[in-house]
Design a protein around this ligand. Structure first.
Ligand SMILES: *[C@@H]1O[C@H](CO)[C@@H](O)[C@H](O)[C@H]1NC(C)=O
Ligand SMILES: *[C@@H]1O[C@H](CO)[C@@H](O)[C@H](O)[C@H]1NC(C)=O
Length: 346
């Protein structure tokens, strides 16, 4: 189980295992109610998202090479102008009011401002084909309110942090039966709650996107690959192995751990910006935007962590200055009578 040590000792792990694993922070670019993947052009879109990456992001960004449209990125690698986004989490107080849950970053990521920790993994050198300009995909099911029954192959989960900064628990996401759940944790989490969203690892080799943004990619024939496991036979329909993209988002729920403000029936108080009170419907959106062959280079050269020979990085003091103005003028910080967009909780 190599991941037992990889956070604390990435160099030792790199020496011991051949896994290629980019792992880097991306600060918040914006929080906004737009969604160029699912609802291009709609301002506002259905629900609020938190978005990181390049500043070409807007409601109607074209499906072209966005690395040529962006002039800055909130991500660690200068070459990564991709966009990554997820739904937001809201706290619903006992009196029925809502407040957006802020995000935080694990210490190991440095001074990123909220945002997402992004991973790209491959089993070793020259084992995956990087995405092409214009590639987009989606992982998850917004309408899901039930477990998938996938066990440790689940592609989306939450970890209840026992203490700040992941409480020292560095087991791979969705693999810790004590702390990982497919739905929101049912008890207060003293260190916050981490969301993990894992994307498929097989591609049809032809289409940069598909009508539901899922069908051009697929899981291996024996089921979805757990985090950092990029093996398994791809189906004949989707024969091309791609890097495994994985998002981590840490929700700072610590201001909302007072059970006196939780529902009187003792149920947990968090909802997704989609109105989902279970958490099963969490999802991730991905728009590829690496320059040239930078991602292929990182995958082929066995790069590990937040640096890679041949690529350049920026500090977070610079990354944090990259933002885009919100398209929808609405308050994201106060207490609200309803979720933005008026979603019913269901
Ligand atoms: C989005 O960005 C593209 C190019 O980057 C631009 O052509 C388009 O006008 C922008 N759309 C909006 C709504 O700002
Ligand atoms: C509801 O409860 C929260 C938390 O105690 C409080 O901050 C908020 O002002 C309350 N909202 C209303 C409308 O009373």
């Amino acid at each position: 189980m190599f991941w037992l040590g990889f956070l604390a000792a990435p160099v030792a792990v790199q020496a011991q295992f051949s896994t290629t694993m980019l792992r880097f922070g991306c600060s918040q670019l914006t929080v906004d109610r737009i969604d160029p993947l699912i609802e291009p052009g709609n301002v506002p879109s259905a629900h609020v998202h938190q978005i990181v990456g390049g500043n070409a992001f807007n409601a109607s960004m074209p499906s072209t090479d966005i690395s040529e449209l962006a002039s800055c990125t909130t991500c660690t690698f200068d070459q990564d102008l991709s966009n990554y986004w997820t739904a937001n989490v809201y706290f619903r107080a006992r009196n029925g009011s809502f407040k957006r849950v802020p995000q935080m970053v694990n210490d190991v990521i440095g001074d990123a401002n909220a945002g997402i920790t992004v991973y790209y993994t491959a089993p070793g050198r020259n084992t995956v084909t990087a995405f092409k300009p214009g590639f987009r995909m989606f992982s998850g099911d917004v309408a899901r309110r039930e477990p998938t029954g996938l066990g440790q192959r689940v592609q989306s989960c939450y970890r209840c942090y026992d203490a700040p900064n992941f409480g020292g628990n560095i087991m791979a996401p969705c693999m810790d039966p004590q702390r990982d759940t497919e739905s929101f944790p049912t008890k207060p989490c003293p260190g916050g709650i981490r969301s993990s969203v894992i994307f498929p690892i097989c591609w049809d080799g032809q289409n940069l996107d598909s009508p539901n943004h899922i069908d051009h990619v697929a899981h291996p024939v024996n089921g979805p690959a757990p985090f950092a496991v990029v093996d398994g036979k791809c189906p004949d329909s989707h024969p091309v192995k791609i890097p495994q993209v994985h998002y981590e988002v840490v929700w700072d729920t610590t201001a909302f751990n007072n059970r006196d403000e939780w529902p009187e029936d003792g149920s947990q108080p968090f909802v997704l910006s989609t109105g989902d009170p279970t958490g099963y419907g969490q999802h991730g959106d991905y728009v590829f935007g690496w320059q040239g062959d930078a991602l292929q280079h990182a995958m082929d050269n066995n790069c590990f962590g937040p640096t890679c020979n041949g690529l350049t990085t920026q500090g977070f003091s610079k990354a944090n200055q990259c933002t885009v103005p919100p398209a929808v003028a609405e308050d994201n910080e106060g207490w609200f009578d309803e979720l933005p967009g008026g979603h019913q909780i269901m």
